[in-house]
Design a protein around this ligand. Sequence first.
Ligand code: TYD
Length: 204
Amino acid sequence: MDRGYLIALEGVDGTGKSTQCGLLADYLESSGCPVVRLREPTTGVWGRKIRKILTEGRGGVTPEEELRYFINDRKEDVERNIAPALEQGKVVLIDRYYYSTAAYQGALGFDPDKIIRDNEAFAPRPDRVFIIQVSLDESFRRIEQSRDSVSAFEKREYLEKVRNIFDTFTGEHIRRIDSGPPVEEVQAVLRREVNALLGLKETS
Ligand code: TYD
């Protein structure tokens, strides 16, 4: 039975990950690929609880509860969206997945490797994970340029820990992409990688 492909884009805030994800989705669609574009946190019930933390701060939400919200959100996403799309042979492009949980909630003190193991017990492993990276100074410049206010998760000291954890992830399915160059150049690198993964011919 043909399973589709699961491709995750990961990285700290302000790397341009979401822009790249959108451009990649457009490219795959125009190449005739059946693409499903997803994003975590989702807009479901758990995702809405998470967005509240992002806009209003952590308040009384404990790290354990926060971790549980992300896991529950992902379980719902796997059941409703990810697993069905993969079964239908689609290319699932996801903006953040469990490596974000390992890095962001790992930065709160949880063991990142355990978070990955716990997630892999229910969430399909991506065929490819692109960790989009840029210097923290540049990330902050981009965050400040694009938003009126920074979220509870976008404090420098915290993001430094998050970035350090992202730096520890290894595996054959993981690629690191430098997003220092202009958007189109970064996109070209991603397209080459994805073409190779999916067996698509080079177009541009
Ligand atoms: P994101 O949607 O990338 O941010 P934005 O709303 O600015 O586009 O993600 C929201 C935040 O959630 C981001 O700071 C990272 C954080 N996050 C976690 O802490 N753990 C997770 O498991 C995920 C998926 C996201």
